[in-house]
Design a protein around this ligand. Structure first.
Ligand code: V47
Ligand code: SF4
Length: 373
């Protein structure tokens, strides 16, 4: 929708003057403050937020919806930490598993084809494994598949494996890069507010460490993503605090490619008593994240978590990127209650899903270069 038309519609609407003023700022591509962001969470109605987020989204990414063809590898569910929202990590010796190096390679070999451009590797923080162990695995993957982009290890895994190898953060990251690490996924961010973080995952890397790992990575040319786990015990003010810290870091480094809001799913974890938020809340959240994070190029919906239909609707609420054509099963969400127990989507299904939302499916590599077929 054209800006003039949106402004005209807004001027005739029954919106408060404060919301009208904020929307004018947004439509003029001016940064909104934390107070204004909070106001959008508290007072913004879904259609209004969707219209604004869509305007920003189309200005940044036109009608394109990006997706890539990737493969998810989860090396182990053994984890040092006991995050209360986590349904993935082993609870006792009976359900613990770890893939051997050979099994990782067998899995890659069984699933890889020449259109897969990325391998995404994330798992538990295994107490016995250090940087050299995982570094050696990614080095071998690179030797076998030189053109594959390796996006691997959350900042939490990275902090632990570097400490265990007794290296400084920056030296560890440089070494990981030399082994073949191309980028870092956004996991482990959860929610940066200290009190809330302490209550849901107090033992693991602090927010400061998460931000430091990403800042140092950006400084040596490793791009990354960011996430936010929402819909548990946090309040809107905590979401805004989280988004502000990411926006500040991005102003300094411009190293984040994408932001991925992660909806808390409540099955088989210690926070199971918390009711999951509604789809309306999910869409409002996508829209506000798109508006607030004016310096992050892409907002990604992780469809295995929210389901294919909500992911499709999110394309009208600020989202321009869908992760991904997954042809191996990822357990992080299916265990936590995501509807799709074995999330798989092939390329044609992805294209149809995007076209049916009247957008242009655009295959990309991990750095958002368009792949022409
Ligand atoms: O950090 C764990 C989340 C994350 C639950 O960067 C849960 O491209 C909801 O970060 N309910 C790992 N969320 C996954 C992740 C990710 C996924 C896709 C793409 C990218 C990317 C990153 O999963 C964890 C945690 O925040 N998580 N348990 C749960 N019950
Ligand atoms: Fe371990 Fe990650 Fe689960 Fe926390 S969320 S328990 S760090 S696997």
């Amino acid at each position: 929708m054209k800006k003039e038309l949106i402004l005209k519609t807004l001027s005739k609407s029954i919106l408060s003057e404060e919301l009208k003023k904020t929307s004018e700022k947004i439509l003029n591509f001016q940064r909104i403050s934390s107070e204004e962001g909070l106001f959008l969470y508290e007072k913004g109605e879904l259609g209004f937020l969707g219209m604004l987020a869509n305007y920003i989204r189309e200005n940044k990414n036109n009608q394109f919806v990006y997706y890539n063809q990737n493969l998810h590898i989860e090396p182990t569910n053994i984890c040092l930490y006991k995050c209360r929202f986590c349904s993935y990590s082993s609870k006792n010796n009976n359900d613990a598993w770890e893939l051997s190096e050979q099994q990782i390679f067998d899995k890659i070999k069984a699933n890889i084809h020449n259109k897969i451009s990325e391998i995404h590797i994330v798992g538990g923080v295994h107490p016995e494994r250090d940087l050299y162990y995982y570094g050696n695995i990614i080095k071998k993957i690179k030797e076998t598949y030189p053109s594959i982009h390796i996006k691997a290890f959350t900042a939490v895994e990275i902090e632990y494996m570097i400490n265990k190898a007794e290296l400084s953060l920056i030296d560890g990251l440089k070494l990981l890069k030399s082994f073949g690490l191309d980028s870092i996924p956004g996991g482990g961010a959860e929610i940066f507010n200290k009190n809330i973080r302490n209550k849901i995952c107090g033992a693991k890397s602090s927010s400061e460490i998460w931000l430091k790992v990403h800042e140092n990575a950006h400084q040596i040319g490793i791009p990354s993503n960011a996430t936010m786990l929402y819909g548990h015990i946090e309040q809107y003010k905590h979401r805004i605090e989280h988004l502000s810290l990411l926006r500040e870091l991005q102003d300094r480094t411009f190293g984040f490619n994408a932001f991925i809001p992660l909806k808390f799913r409540n099955k088989k974890n210690e926070l199971a008593g918390i009711k999951e938020v509604s789809i309306i809340e999910d869409l409002k959240n996508y829209a506000i994240c798109r508006i607030f994070l004016d310096n992050i190029p892409h907002i990604k919906a992780y469809w295995p978590m929210i389901g294919k239909e909500t992911a499709q609707i999110s394309l009208s609420f600020g989202v321009d990127d869908l992760d991904g054509t997954i042809n191996d099963s990822t357990k992080i969400y299916s265990k936590a209650g995501a509807d799709d127990l074995n999330p798989v989507m092939n390329k044609q299904e992805m294209i149809d899903l995007i076209k049916n939302a009247n957008r242009i499916p655009t295959e990309r590599d991990s750095l958002y270069n368009v792949i022409k077929n």
